[in-house]
Design a protein around this ligand. Structure first.
Ligand code: ADP
Ligand code: ASP
Ligand code: MG
Length: 416
């Protein structure tokens, strides 16, 4: 007998038939003698619809077709509602099947978060009442993605946040494992939707999964991997539709025997590039540029500064999430005098492709294979950034799929 957390994503609970299928998987675990907490996402497409409503509601009077920026606290109230619906529906379905269950909203668990609405961090899960209910044999059906911020306001954890809810709930009730059920049967060498030859990994190290997730592989939210690693929660990714085959276990680096130079490839289309031309080449300028961006809550990622030709002026290029481009340009505009750049240009048609592998620490020439593969395909690299276990390049968005497929082959990752 074990205590387990099971998480089901949007496609797994997309309608009542699928919710019934999910209830069947939960019932099976209960019949095996396990104690179960379930975490659910909103029905597929629901969160996007709710987000669009908040933007439309916030648009200034009379500005038909335009979008406004909603108050983030009210945004959270609206977008958290998708998970409230599925948690209630799954609890009703389980009870109708004879499995004792009740729903738990984020504030009821409680899942305590920071006050950063729209992208809150879980700070604690003091779930003693829920834990007692689970230990007493009742299935807890937790609404994923949502929590409660200081002052009892509803918060949400950022897109894909139900993964994080699930691992945090597992840690909070001391579960023996956390099973993340989704629409693929594990973590693959790259997104199987764009590379049919992608291979499922039986195991992936926490470190590699952290990089894959933060570099765009949306199969797990980055923060969920961090929480699994810190709290040592055995976590698996499985398919809702073929639950008995495949799967990927997150594990420690030591448990991976064969350390290939490249384990996986990730890509992100949520990228935009900003270039400041002819910026004065003197101390304090980087601070003058990146200070206002940080104040505006913009996440700057890759940065390159060219050597100035005359020792006087230089060009500076960096990337920000595409979704934050307008905010970034507004922040730079408001401090244009202090920055003193000649011109500011931007390009939202870029994407980032990254190779990831713990074996990179010990293999030489890994990046060179990336550069030569892209060059053979005629793909221009605009910016490069590296860390110990990854190399990322910024390229034109239209080449993303070509680049990912070519790299997948070049690093010997294609399925036989
Ligand atoms: P859920 O709604 O269950 O949370 P998501 O859509 O958030 O599901 O995540 C699953 C999707 O992640 C898959 O359908 C797949 O297209 C995508 N994905 C991206 N990279 C990978 C990868 N390396 N391995 C598996 N899936 C990946
Ligand atoms: N429903 C939320 C989203 O679409 C959370 C999740 O699915 O994990 O981002
Ligand atoms: Mg997801």
């Amino acid at each position: 007998m074990a205590t387990i957390a099971m998480k089901f994503g949007g496609t797994s609970v997309a309608d009542l038939d699928r919710i019934r299928h999910v209830a069947g998987l939960v019932k099976r675990e209960v019949e095996r003698g396990n104690k179960v907490a379930v975490v659910v996402s909103a029905m597929a497409g629901e969160t996007n619809k709710l987000v669009a409503w908040t933007n439309e509601a916030a648009r200034p009077d009379g500005a038909a077709g335009s979008h406004g920026i909603p108050d983030q606290r009210e945004y959270d109230v609206v977008v958290a509602s998708g998970e409230q619906v599925t948690s209630g529906l799954l609890a009703i379905t389980l009870n109708a099947m004879g499995v004792k269950a009740r729903s738990w909203l984020g504030w009821q668990v409680p899942i305590e978060t920071s006050a950063v609405h729209g992208a809150a961090r879980i700070e604690g899960v003091p779930a003693s009442a829920m834990k007692a209910a689970v230990e007493g044999g009742e299935v807890a059906v937790v609404a994923g993605f949502q929590g409660v911020a200081p002052g009892t306001r509803i918060s949400t954890l950022g897109r894909g946040g139900s993964d994080t809810s699930a691992v945090a709930v597992a840690a909070g009730i001391g579960a023996d494992r956390c099973d993340i059920y989704t629409d693929v049967d594990g973590v693959y060498t790259t997104d199987p939707r764009i590379v049919p030859k992608a291979r499922r990994l039986d195991k992936i190290s926490f470190e590699e999964m952290l990089e894959m997730a933060s570099l765009g592989a949306k199969v797990l939210q980055t923060r969920s991997v961090e929480i699994a690693m810190l709290n040592r929660v055995p976590t698996r990714v499985l398919s809702t539709f073929t639950p008995d085959v495949g799967g990927t276990l997150l594990c420690d680096e030591e448990d991976i025997v064969e350390k290939k130079p490249v384990t996986g490839i990730a890509y992100s289309r949520d990228e935009a590039k900003i270039t400041l031309q002819k910026v004065p080449d003197r101390p304090g300028v980087a601070a003058a540029i990146f200070g206002p961006l940080a104040d505006a809550g913009v996440n700057v990622d890759m940065i390159v500064q060219n050597v100035s030709e005359d020792g006087d002026k230089t060009d500076l290029t960096f990337t920000v999430p595409r979704s934050e481009l307008s905010k970034a340009l507004a922040a730079l505009e408001s401090r244009a005098d202090a920055i003193g750049a000649g011109a500011v240009t931007h390009d939202a048609g870029v994407a980032k492709v990254s190779i990831i592998g713990i074996g990179m620490r010990t293999h030489a020439g890994v990046a060179q294979t990336m550069f030569s593969t892209l060059s053979e395909k005629g793909i221009n690299i605009q910016v490069i950034s590296t860390s110990e276990i990854k190399v990322s390049v910024l390229i034109a968005e239209e080449y993303v799929e070509l680049a990912v497929r070519a790299l997948h082959t070049a690093y010997g990752l294609d399925a036989a």
